[in-house]
Design a protein around this ligand. Sequence first.
Ligand SMILES: [Zn+2]
Length: 392
Amino acid sequence: MHHCENKRSRASITRQWIWVTAAILAVASQVPAAAQPGFEDYYFDSPLRHYQGDVRTLYFNDPKGFRATYLPKTRIPLNTEDYFGIWNYLNHKDSWPRSGDPLIPYDNHSRKKTYVTDQGNPHDAVDWLVSFRNWGQNEVINPFPRGAVVEVTSVNDVNPDIPDNWSAGNSLDLVCYLDGDATNQSSFNKYQVSFWHLKQHSVLVQPGDFVQFGQVLAQVGNSGLTGLEVTHIHTRYIHYGTRLDPFKGRWNKNIQESLLFDQAWVEHKTNYHTTENRKHLTLNDAFSVEMPNRSWNTYVFKAFSEIEAIRVGDGQGGIEPGYDVLANPNLRDLNRKTSNFIDNDGKRHTLYEVSFRWYQDAHPSVIDKDIEFLIETPDGERSNRVFVVVRD
Ligand SMILES: [Zn+2]
């Protein structure tokens, strides 16, 4: 099911509330609309330029060490105000890969899945999510730091913004030359980042262009294999034929150091993990949770800032947009608490939690529809997108 802008009806508004069994989890960002701290000051000095020996030998002696030393760190490839989280659709349903599969890389502490390795149906990419509300204004930017020599090597810009089941859709490949020399076409010298599912006619660069720090490249679209419930760009990180998971984690066999400029910062803007009600819910999995009607449902919302309100999205399914769930007088066991969350770098964050129970008896007009939840914090309305579908 797709939540395209044109599918989001504002039809019959009713105060009938539907809610759901199982816990829902969402995380709001701590710093809305801010650039990634520190990235502006990070300069990539192309250390490979200074290496005098044989690069092939250097690489094969220690591929992970090579990547840790010679690849530049990248930032989220989106303007931060557009960014909503990461998602990997192969984790979306529990059917494949199975929860607990030891081959699935999780990160160290929260055990969320960011990426899936080849198990006959490789994803091998990170899906960076954007808001639907800014359709056509979600900018893909050059994720490489200052100093990085980055060339556009491939562009496709002609596919309509209609999902299909087989293609990358509109796409864009960037190559960063690790030694800063674009004439050195050695495979060891090229670190490629590819973007899929771009918006038709939005690509602003062409093959052969060298792109600047922070340069806007295209818009996020809905072309190609995006049979998903969120708007995203599928992003592959490739060096010497190896698709890399940029997230450092215990099960990540490709790298020994995060390829992201500040993974902890990315994670704290991203998601969180729970196993409430036996459901293996990451925030990702919760994008479209199915819940039975007419039952007591438990909700747990978490954020890295205090939760001031939990608002319903823009009217999908006949729910009144903007209504604050926490203002509903029929909630039971409304409880607030805080806890600590330790990220991969050992940094401690305060996690704010609101939980409540609610008996749901959904109006027929909203059965089988997606309902969107948004956490509102003192920083403004920010959250990853959580959808609930009530089944009668
Ligand atoms: Zn993807």
